[in-house]
Write a protein that binds this ligand. Structure first.
Ligand SMILES: [Zn+2]
Length: 443
């Protein structure tokens, strides 16, 4: 491709995507069609988008380096990579059997009382080496990438000692193509050795864990709810986190209307997450304070409880994000396509509202302006669906509709499989013609 435009010189690129049936840029809100370009193309250099437009304009607009990567979406729909703003990835152990018990009517209180529930995850995570946690995390990151997530927030919160929380955060940072934002969540749960001594545990979190973990994370989170930490305790943790240089987010109003989202507005948290019991007062306060509402429909689904009032947040003008809450207790699902489907059914979002919340909304919840949409200056992170239309995503549910994923201008998932060793400059054909939605790595 060479530049011949008389009016403006071509931009130099080392990556071109052409052949998108619909290129959904997310540069416009749902009511305006998500900035979709029919017959779209984009170009990038050094992993950053340098041009977006109609493919017909590509030859004049872009000068692709001779060794650049030129890939063809062959008429499929291209979306920005999903931004999952709430996950609990680095844990060990399985609680699949507990799920069956809960479905059979055994209460979580009974399971906890005999040492089950989160105690099982805490014990297994403490026993696991950092290397084992890194290996487990890496496999989960592979699965997130295969399902189209290119940026994820990842929390600690199952170590609950100074050493084990730091171990979780170091493991979560294992080298991987998935972009990550790490969050310290030492105040997730009062561990058994501090039973009935929550104040002592909060002191440990503030005085020892935060100083040790702040260098390993960007965010500080706290589980502020009935049966977890009080507003006063959560305030102390978040203030200590902020003093250590961490930005703030909070688990709020999931189990009861317990004051967490109002605390988020008081302290300037980037997001308040869950919000099942948030009412008009909380919604108005979050709108005024610019706190993003993170919706986690997979948790409502797993627990068989009501969904958060996403429509009320939207109608009040609050930015919403849609995230997985991937965790071993209440949502063992890292697939944001499934969350989009659940948000449409359970929260009555339109398909485009759900898609916007899973991309632009997730980026807002993480205060990132470089991911979540496809525009000049943003990261070249996108997925190519095994479908021509984005409307397939909520409708054709329960399977993986992502075929290929690019992060930073590099193909990291090809035909459903993670390409760990793909050099950035190697020209990889984007599709295997026989790719099925079920193709994937050995997970
Ligand atoms: Zn959570």
């Amino acid at each position: 491709m060479s530049a011949t435009s008389e009016s403006s010189p071509a931009v130099v690129a080392d990556f071109v995507l052409r052949g998108a049936g619909d290129l959904v840029t997310m540069s416009a809100p749902p009511a305006e069609g998500l900035g979709t370009i029919a017959g779209g193309a984009l170009a990038a250099k050094d992993g950053v988008i340098v041009w977006v437009g109609r493919e017909a304009e590509l030859p004049q607009a872009v000068d692709l380096a001779p060794d650049g990567l030129d890939i063809d979406a062959e008429g499929r729909c291209v979306l920005p990579g999903f931004v999952d703003a709430h996950t609990h990835v680095p844990f060990a152990g399985s609680r699949a059997a507990e799920y069956g018990e809960r479905l059979a009517g055994v209460s979580y209180g009974e399971i906890l009382a005999r040492g089950g529930g989160i105690n099982v995850t805490v014990e297994a995570t403490r026993q696991a080496s950092e290397e084992e946690l890194a290996r487990l995390s890496s496999r989960r990151y592979d699965s997130m990438l295969r399902h189209g997530t290119t940026t994820a927030e990842v929390k600690s919160g199952y170590g609950l000692t100074v050493a084990d929380e730091a171990k979780q955060l170091r493991a979560a940072a294992t080298p991987h193509a998935l972009r990550r934002e790490l969050t310290f969540l030492g105040a997730h749960f009062v561990p058994p050795e501090y039973a009935a001594r929550a104040e002592d545990y909060i002191r440990l979190v503030c005085d020892e864990m935060i100083p040790a973990c702040a260098p390993l994370a960007r965010w500080c989170d706290v589980f502020c709810d009935e049966g977890a930490f009080t507003v006063a305790q959560a305030r102390r943790v978040l203030i200590a986190g902020a003093a250590a240089g961490l930005s703030l987010r909070i688990h709020a109003d999931e189990l009861a209307r317990s004051g967490g989202s109002l605390l988020a507005t008081e302290l300037g948290c980037a997001s308040a997450d869950h919000l099942i019991h948030a009412a008009s007062e909380e919604i108005a306060a979050m709108k005024a304070a610019g706190v993003v509402a993170v919706m986690l429909p997979g948790t409502s689904y797993t627990l068989g409880i009501e969904f958060a009032p996403a429509r009320a947040f939207l109608e009040a003008g609050v930015t919403i994000a849609l995230a997985s809450d991937f965790n071993p207790g209440t949502c063992d699902c890292e697939n944001l396509q499934m969350m989009i489907s659940l948000a449409c059914q359970g929260m009555k979002l339109t398909p485009d509202e759900a898609l916007y919340a899973a991309t632009v909304g997730g980026a807002a919840a993480l205060r990132r302006n470089d991911v979540g949409s496809l525009a000049v200056g943003k990261r070249c992170d996108f997925s190519v669906l095994l479908a021509e239309s984005r409307s397939e995503l909520p409708y054709h549910f329960g399977v993986n509709l992502v075929g290929d994923v690019v992060v930073g201008g590099r193909v990291v998932v090809h035909a459903g499989a993670v390409a760990h060793d793909t050099p950035a400059s190697e020209p990889v054909p984007l599709f295997a013609r026989d790719a099925s939605p079920e193709a994937g790595g050995p997970l």
